[in-house]
Design a protein around this ligand. Structure first.
Ligand SMILES: CC(C)(COP(=O)(O)OP(=O)(O)OC[C@H]1O[C@@H](n2cnc3c(N)ncnc32)[C@H](O)[C@@H]1OP(=O)(O)O)[C@@H](O)C(=O)NCCC(=O)NCCS
Length: 210
C-alpha cells in the first residue's frame, strides 16, 4: 500500500509466507478458528477468547485483528502476520512490543488451525518473527508465555533457545493455572530455517526504529 508500506512487509521461510492481512485473509483466518484451534477440554489462551459463542467468534476475531492495525503506534504495536502454507491461510503469528525503541524487547503469540498442528509450522513461523526482531529490528530479547499443560508451545520455545523466566498464577475458565514465562536472548537465537525479510526498510519507523 503506497501510503502505509507496513502492509507490504513479508517474511518468507522454506514452507511459509508471513504477511500482513488483507480482508480476504482475515475471512480465511476466521474459517480456521471456526474449524477449531485446540482441544475444547484444554484452554491455551489467557483470555479464553475461543470460548465465545460460535456465531460471534469470527466477527470478534476479525475485529480484534483490525483493531491491532487501527491502534498501531511506533510506541505500541501488535503485528499479526497471516501464516500462508501451500496457498492457504493456516493461522497467525503475532510479534508485539511497547516502547521497543528503548526496551528492544518483543513478545509473541500464535495459533494454527488444529489440522495444521504438529508439522513444525509453529516452530518455523516463530523463528521467522524472531529473525525479524533480532536481525531486522535489532531486538536484544524476546519473551513468551504459555499456560501449564501447553506442551506444544513450551516445546517450540525450548527448541528455539528460550530459557525459563518465572511464572504467574492466573485464572483461566475460573481455575487456578500457572502461566510460565520464557526469555530468549539475542545471542542464544539461531534460526532453524532460513528466513528472508521483504519490505522492512520502508516501514522501520512504524516499529519505532529509524
Ligand atoms: C502452539 C502451536 C502454535 C505450535 O505449533 P505446531 O506447528 O503444532 O508446533 P511444532 O510442530 O513446530 O512443534 C511442536 C512441538 O511440540 C511437541 N509437542 C506437541 N504436543 C506435545 C505433548 N503433548 N507433549 C510433549 N511435546 C509435545 C512436538 O513434539 C513438537 O516438538 P518436536 O518438533 O521436538 O517433536 C500450535 O500447537 C497451536 O496453535 N496450539 C493452539 C494454540 C496455542 O496454544 N497457542 C499458543 C498460546 S501460548
Amino acid at each position: 500500500m503506497r501510503h502505509w508500506p507496513l502492509l507490504d512487509l513479508r517474511l518468507t521461510t522454506p514452507r511459509l509466507e508471513l504477511r500482513l492481512p488483507t480482508l480476504d485473509d482475515l475471512d480465511r483466518l476466521a474459517d480456521r478458528a471456526v474449524e477449531g484451534i485446540h482441544d475444547p477440554e484444554f484452554m491455551p489462551f489467557l483470555s479464553s477468547w475461543t470460548d465465545a459463542p460460535a456465531e460471534e467468534l469470527p466477527g470478534r476475531l476479525i475485529r480484534s485483528q483490525l483493531a491491532a492495525l487501527a491502534n498501531w503506534t511506533p510506541e505500541n504495536w501488535r503485528c499479526y502476520f497471516m501464516i500462508v502454507h501451500e496457498g492457504q491461510v493456516v493461522g497467525t503469528q503475532c510479534l508485539r512490543a511497547t516502547d521497543f525503541a528503548v526496551t528492544r524487547e518483543v513478545g509473541s503469540g500464535s495459533w494454527l488451525g488444529r489440522a495444521h498442528h504438529g508439522k513444525g509450522i509453529g516452530t518455523e513461523m516463530r523463528a521467522a518473527v524472531l529473525h525479524l526482531a533480532f536481525a531486522g529490528l535489532g531486538a536484544e530479547s524476546a519473551i513468551s508465555s504459555a499456560l501449564s499443560g501447553n506442551e506444544a508451545s513450551h516445546a517450540v520455545s525450548r527448541k528455539l533457545g528460550y530459557r525459563p523466566d518465572g511464572h504467574d498464577i492466573v485464572a483461566v475458565r475460573g481455575r487456578r493455572v500457572v502461566d510460565h514465562h520464557f526469555r530468549l536472548l539475542r545471542e542464544d537465537f539461531v534460526s532453524p530455517v532460513p528466513v528472508e525479510i521483504h519490505g522492512l526498510d520502508a516501514c522501520r519507523a512504524d516499529f519505532g526504529v529509524g
